[in-house]
Design a protein around this ligand. Structure first.
Ligand SMILES: *Cc1c(COP(=O)(O)O)cnc(C)c1O
Length: 411
């Protein structure tokens, strides 16, 4: 395997040292192949909101797989899943299940272009939308809004219709839209940006994007692959009270198995094949095992309503970390929302990707190493967020808090 891994961050290039290898996990604890028990704050980058190996999900998976892992024929459970999603997120009037967040975004972008008959997509620097070619861009030099490919193998022609703006900047959006309003198919955004550390939207920013998209007759796409079912039983769209035209989901709705979903206004979604002229398909789309896992997780979240308890525990930990850092004269920013937080070493708030780039990443790397030595696993990159799960109970977080305190002291 190139780099020894099947997804690059796992190779620990960003933090140094030897990557860990997982044997199994349970609750908040990840066990490595060399027998270490780590308190996990990476949590597979988001899907495992109830904790690892949650019995309800494992049982649902076992039952589903015994009935056959794939049929490529519609099942009752897919209908229940689509209905559960629509009930929780009413703006998703129609839902299509796919196999990853990347695929969901790819489909949303194609759909937006097909529906509007326009080409340009506006995204934000620091927002990640999976690894589809058109989304692998960075801000280009020169004219505002123009993007250039951020990966080899992505032809400039493929990203020529992707525009970029600074997250939380109104001027950057207005400049890009002014230039391209007649050809703007969609604005796509992570309503809470959680792929370069955590960046919260400024108050009113998402309403602003809604207004700009509407007046340009472009669609607004919320990429809720992380935020969907993470902060409430629904999307961040319920918290910010802004309704997008299309929403993408992934991670949590699969309960740890591969899945993605795209949904939105019926008239847009019904442009998808077989009803419409926008093509999309997948052998394993709506896979019965993934759907069983996802549905079990959604049902549990609906029943347990764990969101405010998780928020409370997470903010206690965040306050502890902030206090210890302060006591030791370290400047930290620890943005947090619900069960997501990230640690930036910086003396000013982090509002956009430029701010992220000025934080002291070498401190994060040290913190990562000091915590790993003390049995706590953070995401192996300064550009990822920490997640807690329902399994991160008071006892686990007390132990974790002691390790965090010692690690910060050791910095
Ligand atoms: C993880 C993620 C994706 C990509 O999902 P995959 O399942 O990894 O393809 C897309 N958008 C956001 C916001 C994500 O966090």
């Amino acid at each position: 395997m190139p780099g020894g891994v099947n997804s690059p961050v796992r190779a620990f290039k960003a933090v140094g040292g030897n990557p860990i290898f997982a044997r199994r996990a349970s609750g908040a604890i990840l066990e490595t192949t060399d027998g270490r028990q780590l308190i996990d704050f990476c949590m597979s980058f988001g899907p495992s909101i109830l904790g690892h190996a949650q019995p309800e999900i494992s049982d649902a998976v076992a039952r589903a797989v015994r009935d056959g892992a794939t049929f490529a024929v519609t099942t009752q459970a897919e209908i229940e899943m689509a209905e559960a999603i629509r009930e929780a997120i009413p703006s998703m009037e129609r839902v299509r299940l796919v196999s990853s967040g990347t695929e969901a975004v790819m489909t949303a972008v194609r759909l937006a272009r097909g529906f509007t008959g326009r080409k340009k997509i506006l995204k934000f620097t620091g927002c990640y939308h999976g690894h589809a070619d058109a989304m692998l861009v960075k801000a280009g030099s020169g004219v505002a809004g123009l993007a250039s490919a951020s990966s080899a193998g992505v032809p400039e022609a493929v990203v020529a219709d992707t525009l970029v703006a600074k997250y939380n900047s109104r001027d950057a959006v207005l400049a890009a839209v002014k230039e391209h309003a007649h050809d703007l198919a969609a604005i796509i955004v992570e309503p809470v940006a959680a792929n370069v550390g955590l960046m919260l939207p400024d108050p009113g920013y998402l309403e602003f994007l809604r207004k700009v998209a509407t007046s340009a007759k472009a669609l607004l796409i919320f990429d809720e692959v992380i935020t969907g079912f993470r902060l409430c039983y629904g999307g961040y769209q319920h918290i910010c009270k802004v309704t997008p035209d299309l929403t993408t989901l992934g991670k949590i709705i699969g309960g740890g198995l591969p899945i993605g979903a795209v949904g939105g206004r019926a008239e847009i979604m019904e442009r998808l094949a077989p009803l419409g002229d926008v093509y999309q398909a997948g052998t394993l789309s709506g896979n019965p095992v993934s759907v069983a896992a996802g549905l079990a997780q959604l049902r549990a979240l609906e029943r347990l309503d764990p969101f405010s308890a998780m928020e409370e525990r997470t903010s206690e930990l965040v306050q502890l970390i902030a206090q210890v850092a302060k006591d030791h004269g370290l400047h930290v920013q620890i943005p947090h929302i619900g069960s997501i937080f990230s640690v930036f070493f910086s003396d000013k708030p982090v509002r956009d990707f430029d701010d992220v780039m000025t934080t002291k990443k070498e401190y994060y790397i040290l913190l990562f190493q000091k915590l790993l030595e003390r049995g706590v696993y953070l995401p192996p990159s300064p550009f990822e967020v920490c997640f807690t799960s329902l399994a991160h109970d008071a006892n686990i977080l007390r132990r974790a808090g002691m390790a965090w305190s010692e690690a910060i002291r050791a910095l």
